[in-house]
Design a protein around this ligand. Structure first.
Ligand code: SF4
Length: 300
């Protein structure tokens, strides 16, 4: 890749007079040895999977394998259709769609890890709702995925994208930054504005711990995806309005690395701290694993 930081990414776009999405498409094609068309087609397939996960999560409704979660996307969608949600319809739609995809993940359905399975709802929530709102064609959204990929590439190479390494800021936080930067570009923002959107978004999730109840990617992961989609929209609007990330976005990524490195292991996907170790979290865990032990005993 000809860039390793967000500043370089924006500079390369300026030099080549291309969007972040266009630059990433050509760089990715070069790196993989595939044609741009093949590279585009592969990404288009990912977008189809995302849209299908949104549809399935909302229309069919799902329950997770553990039985702990499911149905919240439909609840939010129905609530939205019955009145005027506090967020407004647009943001509430993104929220419902993000929940839908995360619920599909918890039910072991098909999703695209963006950047991980735990944070798989945020980009589809933002993208699919924006497509409906603005009437964009799929091709445009696929180019947006390349933009999101470029941002994720920078974050992954300068910080973390997994909860086990850097806490939830690395998963949900990265996904929010990717969605915010990409949506800013999709809405006509410059590469610089997109980069500011990333920094604005990431700042808001610094320090977020990874504390999944029972070690399952359900509680609090699913609702964090919903919140993440809404935050991405807010960061996009701020960036398009001209708000800048005063601390440059690359420096914010550096802080994510610093904070994640200092995070105790109990807050990095081990389920040994945070929400996982609340009285309710512990009760759920013991019921879950007690039930599993009983089930396996009965099966013997
Ligand atoms: S809490 Fe942990 S497992 Fe859940 S989404 Fe965040 S990083 Fe992923």
């Amino acid at each position: 890749m000809k860039f390793s930081t967000l500043q370089e990414l924006a500079a390369c776009c300026g030099e080549d007079q291309v969007t972040i999405g266009e630059l990433m498409l050509s760089e990715q094609a070069k790196e993989s040895g595939k044609s741009e068309q093949q590279t585009f087609d592969a990404m288009a397939n990912y977008y189809r999977i995302m849209k299908e996960a949104v549809r399935k999560g909302l229309e069919e409704g799902v329950t997770s394998r553990s039985g702990l979660t499911g149905g919240d996307a439909r609840r939010v969608h129905q609530y939205m259709n019955e009145g005027v949600p506090s967020l407004g319809t647009e943001a509430c739609t993104a929220l419902a769609y993000a929940l839908a995809v995360s619920e599909i993940n918890a039910s072991m359905g098909r999703i695209v890890a963006t950047p991980t399975a735990g944070s798989c709802g945020i980009i589809p929530g933002v993208f699919v709702s924006a497509q409906e709102r603005y009437g964009w064609d799929d091709e445009r959204l696929v180019m947006g995925l390349f933009a999101a990929g470029a941002i994720g590439y920078v974050i992954a190479n300068n910080s973390f994208i997994s909860g086990a390494e850097g806490g939830c800021q690395a998963e949900v936080g990265s996904a929010i930054g990717m969605a915010a930067g990409a949506l800013t570009e999709l809405r006509g923002g410059t590469p610089e504005q997109a980069v500011h959107a990333v920094g604005l978004a990431l700042k808001n999730s610094l320090g977020l711990i990874c504390d999944p109840v029972g070690g399952l990617v359900e509680i609090p992961c699913i609702v964090r995806n919903g919140f993440g989609a809404v935050t991405a929209l807010a960061a996009t609007d701020m960036a398009l309005a001209g708000v800048r990330s005063v601390i440059p976005s690359d420096e914010v990524i550096g802080v994510m690395l610093e904070v994640g490195s200092a995070m105790p292991s109990k807050h990095r996907e081990t389920a040994k701290g945070g929400l996982a170790q609340t009285p309710t979290g512990r009760r759920i865990m013991s019921e879950l694993y007690g039930r599993k032990t009983k089930d396996s005993g009965e099966n013997r």
